[in-house]
Write a protein that binds this ligand. Structure first.
Ligand code: C2E
Ligand code: MG
Ligand code: MG
Length: 620
């Protein structure tokens, strides 16, 4: 049987009727019948295109119902049944149809009745109003039978098609919904639950813990120096590191633990239940270890580490926000302590963080309200016996806390990115001030400005500095930038940017030399003008012979590299004498002058006597 054939069932106790139906509905007979009709009525009737029917017959209602059940089971259902209204001794047509529709409500039915039988209304009343039922009066003419067969099987076919189309559509909608649901709750890179899902899970975990009076821990992971991987090897490499980390962490987890990725390199774990901190510590150590394995990234072997913060429910927070925030805070502390370690949340930690947050808000205001100001510390040239430059140092006049030193707010500014605004302000103010002194006709000095790492890493830092020079009208050779070793070591673009700045005529000094890891040999390749020996060495003059030797070596090597040398933090005559004896060119420190207000520095420049008096004050 072809799949497209339509199945018909004739249920009639009169076997003659069976063969009449078969004759009328068999395709090959249809043409003969048409010819007969033509000869009888003398005109060509419209040809009815009969589909190919497969016709079965049953003499009794019960038998017909059996066929229908079997067909349904075989998934080859009947499209149409012609059912006689009276079929003694068994069920009558009405009874039969009731049974048929119980099995297969889709089947189209033509009930065949004599005029004396039930009316349409009576039939409908018995069977209920049904759109799948038509009545054919006996004796029936074959055109009606064929028309009914064609129309009703077509209707049945359309119904099936529409149903399968709807089913298909539903399946597709369901599939898409599932996909959207997955995307909304998962991180597509690692396949881990995302932030939304983790928050949901933490909420559930809180409910369970409240019910069972148990505890669970939230772990907040942030990979150490992940940005460096992205910056050095590209985002593709960063992604593959994230995947590897996911695999390592997942392997180290216990069965009931759950891990999610909630941001770039931030993961959150739920560890449930936990009974004591010793177990948490053990798990954490194994997680740190699991991550600490060498990874191959673009032919380089790198070792990843992570900082972990831990908050335990209910002690460290009784809702999702609090738990996540506190675990994050603890992670931050682990990072501050050098990374590759974990920290538990504590209430003292919260106090410190809150203080920082307050300070951050204050710092935003400080910039807008002009609470920042500069002081100037002169640098004295021992050979020329005069000031050659002055270092601009920032201060913050905090309305409540008084005057704050850079150590109190520059690290925070660096971390929050505010350093760019502050740094630009410092540069602009220092250049403007120097230009003003020059316009006043004072002896010309260079102004030295400190630049932080983040500031120098800005892609447009050179253009920004140039603009400030242009806007203020200060000649570039009266500006000096103080960079630290870390900036030069950790920023690939540093040598190029330094060359561009030097080409403009700006001086470059290496600040706090000796505190970083750079060797003078490495510095050979960096175009610099000056080197500032860190004050920690200077303070040890006359106390620590090793430091004296180091100072001597730095001065000798710096001269070999054609660099001027400045000693920072000179406070005493003996320090000065030592440095003079070692041919250190310049001195900066309290011995000569503390950082001064712009007005005091102006006075100092105007009269060397004033300088002497400042020095005397210091000596008092
Ligand atoms: P630095 O660049 O090494 O600046 C020298 C620091 O040493 C200044 O501290 C100065 O007051 C202090 N100092 C100078 N002579 C002596 C001395 O004889 N004895 C002692 N004990 N200290 C002396 P300050 O002003 O607190 O600045 C600290 C650091 O903050 C600076 O170190 C610099 O790295 C940074 N900084 C200062 N101003 C700025 C700025 O405008 N922008 C940036 N990015 N950083 C700044
Ligand atoms: Mg400095
Ligand atoms: Mg310094």
């Amino acid at each position: 049987m072809s799949d497209h054939s339509l199945r018909l069932l004739i249920i009639d106790d009169n076997l003659q009727i069976h063969s009449d139906f078969i004759k009328i509905l068999a395709t090959k007979n249809a043409d003969k019948l048409e010819l007969l009709e033509e000869s009888l009525f003398g005109e060509k009737t419209k040809k009815i295109e009969l589909p190919q029917f497969i016709i079965d017959t049953a003499a009794q209602g019960q038998e017909g119902v059996k066929y229908i059940a079997q067909a349904k089971q075989d998934k080859k259902p009947y499209a149409l049944a012609f059912v006689d209204i009276r079929m003694p001794p068994g069920w009558d047509g009405i009874e039969t149809i009731k049974h048929i529709w119980e099995i297969d409500p889709d089947i189209q039915i033509v009930i065949c009745s004599a005029y004396s039988d039930y009316s349409w209304e009576e039939t409908a009343e018995h069977l209920g109003q049904n759109e799948n039922l038509l009545i054919l009066r006996k004796p029936f003419d074959h055109v009606s039978v064929r028309q009914l067969a064609c129309a009703l099987t077509k209707k049945w076919q359309l119904m099936q098609e529409s149903r399968s189309y709807t089913k298909n559509l539903e399946a597709r909608v369901q599939e898409r919904t599932k996909k959207i649901e997955y995307q909304a709750t998962h991180d597509l890179l690692t396949g881990l639950p995302n932030r939304a899902m983790m928050i949901d899970r933490i909420k559930k975990e809180i409910n369970i813990a409240q019910r069972e009076k148990s505890e669970f821990a939230i772990f907040f992971f942030d990979l150490d120096r992940f940005k460096l991987i992205n910056d050095s090897f590209g985002h593709g490499a960063g992604d593959s590191v994230l995947k590897s980390v996911t695999t390592s962490l997942s392997k180290a987890l216990r069965e009931n633990d759950m891990l999610g990725r909630i941001g770039g390199d931030e993961f959150v774990g739920i560890f449930s239940p936990v009974t004591d901190k010793k177990i948490i510590k053990k798990i954490t150590v194994s997680l740190l270890k699991a991550i600490n394995v060498p990874l191959k990234v673009k032919n380089h072997e790198i070792i990843i580490s992570t900082s972990i913060g831990i908050a335990v429910f209910p002690g460290d927070g009784n809702n999702t926000d609090e738990l996540l925030r506190n675990a994050d805070m603890a992670m931050y502390r682990a990072k501050e302590l050098g990374g590759n370690q974990f920290q538990f949340y504590t209430s003292e930690l919260a106090k410190t963080c809150f203080g920082r947050l307050e300070l951050e808000t204050d710092l935003h205001r400080a910039i807008n309200e002009n609470e920042l100001f500069l002081v100037y510390q002169p640098q004295y040239d021992l050979a020329k016996n005069q000031f050659v430059s002055v270092e601009a140092l920032v201060r913050w006049e905090h309305p409540k806390k008084g005057t704050l030193l850079p150590i109190d707010f520059i690290p925070l500014a660096e971390e929050t990115g505010l350093i760019n605004t502050i740094g630009t302000w410092v540069l602009e103010t220092a250049c403007k001030q120097n230009k003003y002194w020059q316009e006043m006709g004072l002896p010309k000095v260079r102004v030295a400005v400190n630049i932080t790492s983040k500031q120098f890493k800005q892609p447009d830092v050179v253009a920004c500095i140039k603009k400030i020079i242009d806007d203020t009208g200060l000649a570039p050779n009266y500006l000096e930038l103080e960079l630290t070793e870390n900036i030069i070591l950790n920023h690939i673009e540093a040598p190029k940017k330094i060359s561009e700045l030097r080409k403009m005529g700006i001086y470059i000094a290496l600040d706090d030399f000796g505190t970083g890891y750079s060797s003078l040999n490495y510095l050979r390749n960096i175009p610099l003008d000056r080197l500032k020996i860190d004050q920690s060495f200077i303070q040890n003059i006359s106390h620590n012979r090793d430091d004296e030797i180091i100072i001597q070596a730095i001065i000798t090597m710096a001269h070999g590299l054609n660099l001027e040398v400045v000693a920072e933090g000179v406070e005493t005559q003996s320090q000065l004498d030592f440095l003079k004896s070692k041919k250190c060119g310049e001195i900066q420190g309290f011995y000569f002058s503390k950082p001064l207000s712009s007005h005091d520095f102006e006075t100092l420049l105007q009269s060397p006597e004033a300088f002497a008096s400042i020095k005397d004050e210091k000596d008092d």
